[in-house]
Write a protein that binds this ligand. Structure first.
Ligand code: SF4
Ligand code: SF4
Length: 106
């Protein structure tokens, strides 16, 4: 029986909107830290089936398998997703606050 946990992406898009922090994902950056394949309107990846390896949690494990178990790797991945969601929440909050102050472009 294969009881390996699966990574469940909830497709929040927070990683796709913050690839600017990942040097290796520079080729995806459309110039503002958001992936050029991220559709802001539909809120999804337009090349999902063909997305690069760096976007695939399961394939990226080979880089970490000597350092941690699959379970540890998954826990870390979920932790990163939480941090990215928090980052996005704070970004929206700052934009709202700046807009309220009327100095969004300062
Ligand atoms: S941040 Fe995590 S849950 Fe959200 S889209 Fe990226 S991988 Fe999926
Ligand atoms: S290629 Fe797709 S999954 Fe990867 S960062 Fe861009 S939008 Fe997200």
């Amino acid at each position: 029986m294969n009881d390996k946990r699966e990574f469940k992406c909830n497709r929040c898009g927070c990683c796709c909107k913050n690839i600017g922090y990942v040097e290796e994902a520079a080729f995806l950056n459309r110039g503002d830290g958001v992936c050029k394949y991220y559709d802001d309107v539909e809120k999804k990846c337009i090349i999902y089936e063909f997305r690069p390896e760096i976007c695939r949690v399961d394939k990226m494990y080979k880089r970490f398998k000597d350092k941690m178990s699959w379970d540890e790797y998954l826990d870390l991945s979920y932790e990163s997703c939480d941090k990215l969601r928090e980052l996005e929440k704070n970004k929206s909050k700052s934009i709202e606050e700046a807009t309220e102050r009327g100095n969004y472009f300062d």
